[in-house]
Design a protein around this ligand. Structure first.
Ligand code: FO1
Length: 306
């Protein structure tokens, strides 16, 4: 069994890559991006995985349902509501039913499992916690939800701080802990270390469990050189005072992983990373199509003899 820590819009590629090798895949999902919108609970990272595995993800955007319509949002506009967060009609149904189930006393884990069944997704998808965890960004003197900073303000402001509100009180999902313990391999997907993976590691019990199991934890880089190849990881790393390079990433993950996958273009930094007691494997890490997703997962499985 392979367990993947996933968050952001790029992680689905790594998940699909492993699933294409007939591996039993369990996904632990970030919930720090979850956002209340018009009374609906939106869980972008969970939904991207479920939509991606069921083949209905809008691949171009990396979120939402492909060919979705926007009638609901248009009507909200008529009602004078803000519509900067673009939820499509089918996508809204997901958020609405989830919210109803929450209101009826179900927890997010059970709802997510039910959702997987409805979308015929075989992999297990486990929210890192059923408690509230919210990634907030301090920018230009304002305290913003990640979605407000990233979507409403288009990530334009200076990042003055990143906070995982609720992480200190959140209990890790017991199924997520078991998924780390029972896995042959734990993969940290090439997501944003600060906003996609960081919130999960901000929960004490999660970081502790990864550290305990670090021998089988491999982190895949979201960077090539000093740039992230999808999403804004570089901008957040810089703001957090982390060197924007695979070495900076290795320092950030040093206590939780024993192996790192970097791009061959970054090979020159391998020995420096090895100095942190992390084994380095290099290959082509950019997953531009399904073949590349499978190739990267296949490379990892082969190198680690799984
Ligand atoms: N990202 C955007 O850039 N603009 C949007 O309007 C937007 C809407 C949206 C609706 C549902 C959903 O699940 C995700 C959505 N996202 C949107 C993506 C989201 O902001 C982030 O990319 C994720 O939170 C990162 O994982």
């Amino acid at each position: 069994m392979i367990t993947i820590l996933a968050g952001g819009t790029g992680s689905i590629k790594m998940v699909r890559g492993f699933a294409s090798h007939d591996q039993e895949v369990t996904v632990i999902s970030n919930v720090g991006d979850n956002y209340w919108l018009y009374g609906m609970y939106v869980c972008p990272d969970i939904d991207t995985i479920i939509y991606g595995l069921s083949g209905i993800l809008d691949e171009e955007k990396g979120w939402g349902v492909k060919k979705d319509t926007n009638n609901f949002l248009r009507q909200m506009e008529v009602f004078g509501e803000d519509t900067w967060f673009r939820v499509g009609d089918r996508d809204a149904a997901t958020h609405l039913i989830r919210t109803n189930m929450l209101k009826n006393g179900k927890n997010l884990s059970d709802i997510t499992q039910w959702m997987c069944e409805k979308f015929a997704v075989e992999s297990k998808v486990i929210p890192i916690t059923d408690n509230t965890l919210e990634t907030r960004i301090k920018s230009n003197g304002e305290d913003l939800h990640l979605q407000e900073f990233w979507v409403k303000h288009r990530g334009r402001g200076t990042i003055e701080g990143i906070e995982y509100v609720g992480a200190d009180k959140a209990r890790p999902n017991p199924d997520a802990i078991s998924a780390i313990q029972d896995a042959e391999l734990v993969v940290i997907a090439p997501g944003n270390p600060l906003t996609s993976i960081g919130p999960m590691m901000g929960i004490k019990g999660v970081r502790k469990e990864l550290t305990k199991n670090k021998k089988k934890v491999v982190a895949v880089s979201p960077l090539i050189g000093n740039k992230s190849f999808s999403g804004p990881a570089d901008k957040y790393m810089e703001a957090a005072g982390i060197e924007v390079s695979v070495f900076g990433l290795a320092q950030f993950y040093a206590d939780v992983c024993s192996k790192m996958i970097i791009d061959t273009k970054d090979k020159a930094l391998a020995s420096k990373i090895q100095g942190l007691d992390i084994q380095v494997l290099d290959t082509k890490i950019k997953m531009q199509n399904k073949a590349a997703e499978g190739a990267l997962a296949g490379f990892i499985l082969k190198q680690l003899k799984l």
